[in-house]
Write a protein that binds this ligand. Sequence first.
Ligand code: NAD
Length: 491
Amino acid sequence: MNTELFIGGNYVAPSQGGRFADIEPATKNRLAMVAAADSADVDRAVAAAREAADRGPWPRMTAEQRGKILHRLADAIERRARALGTLEARDVGKPIAECINHDVARAARNLRFFAAQAEVWTQEAAFGAAKFLGADLRLVNLTARSPLGVGAIIIPWNSPLMLATWNLGPALAAGNTCVLKPSELAPLTCLALGELGNEAGLPPGVLNVISGIGEAGAALVAHPGVDGVAFTGGVATGRAVMASAAQSLKRVTLELGGKSPNLVFADADLQRSAAGVARSIFRSQGQSCVAGSRLLVERRIAEEFVAMVIEQARRLRIGDPLDETTDYGPLISAAHRERVDSFVKEAAREGAQILTGGSAPEQPQRGFFYLPTILDRVAPRSRAVCEEIFGPVLTVERFDDEDEAVAMANSTTYGLAAYLWTCNLERALRMADRIRTAMVWVNSFFLRDLRTPFGGARLSGLGRQGGRYSLEFWTEPRLLCMTYPEGTADG
Ligand code: NAD
């Protein structure tokens, strides 16, 4: 299969004919030869989006009219849930049940949610008074939120369809046009969105999708025709994106990595907490920004609790992502598996104990599989404890009291999420107040209302997404001040 770029409502070949291989993580087979956008293709995509933003109908439609089209796009996604879920499972290596029931379902939900949010979003008005040229005037100040214009949306490979729609939903609902750049490692479902957009009635140029390597993303960020950049990915790339966008003072939102702690207290429901901790780190093979990759456990229950988490890890059904009963698939690539393994090997050299996993499984033979791994006795400042591995590796540390737990939780440079496992409400509130992450979950993992702010503090990101936070990002607040003289017309 050869894929093309989606520009101006059509699938088109890359201008220089460049392509790269997209490898299926579970089989190591070539899944597609993907079009590699170069800077000329980025120019074409931005020109199409610019034309649709400046002269097309999309920004001038009402939120209701745009919403109808976004709902039709969500319908199209839902109608093809199995096909899209299968494609996502093959391209990313995530279990198909997770792809269909979570990622594809959330893709449709993202579009419906932001279509509805844009429709009920009201603007502010402020009345006032002032003297001008000797006359007393009454003022009517209106805040108008216009679409920003052309948005660049750059996403990673771990949840392409979910992350694409999480960004496209608010950008499009608010009247922007977009150029979406999926990751070179898993671009296929994003490319399929072009055709679904046409089917739903998106005007040409409103949604453009360019596959390509990082250089295409860099060209997009630097492009003078782009007004705002929503970037999701690693910290190093996020820094480069922000530095580049600074040249033209483009608005940027950054959703970056994490090293999120699970804090487990002796008063927790241990069985549920163990299942929750295992879910938080081993779901998607740990390739999730919010993965709970550090277990901080109260010392007096540590041995018992860690044994429970090991048991959960060993129960996972590892195998073919296309099998409905699979819980756990391969990692995205050979290079990523090597990187994950290098963290484990380094920790072991420094004296860490590998409680389970720590290598590729003997079966299945093919694919970039790596066993769910738990490391104990890891040196406190080691890379395995401080840096995002983005794989199925859980480190274990012990604490004696709340102060020590807080110090450990806050000891990395990240600030995405934290998970508190306790049945003591006051403790949960106290801890939530002291932990410096942008999101805290109590006795659960990753459940949320889409109106709430999603994002990261410190090195985990800049800005928030969700509900009005996303709509604010994708719009330019403008003042319209009108006046009328004090008093009545007849004096
Ligand atoms: P990455 O930073 O390597 O790549 C992300 C995207 O940026 C890709 O599309 C890539 O092609 C593109 N890119 C690369 N160089 C670029 C440049 N100079 N300018 C512009 N774009 C460029 O990240 P990845 O390996 O694909 O994804 C893993 C990371 O994503 C992890 O750190 C993970 O935590 C993070 N992530 C964060 C969230 C969140 O919401 N906070 C969600 C998912 C993943």
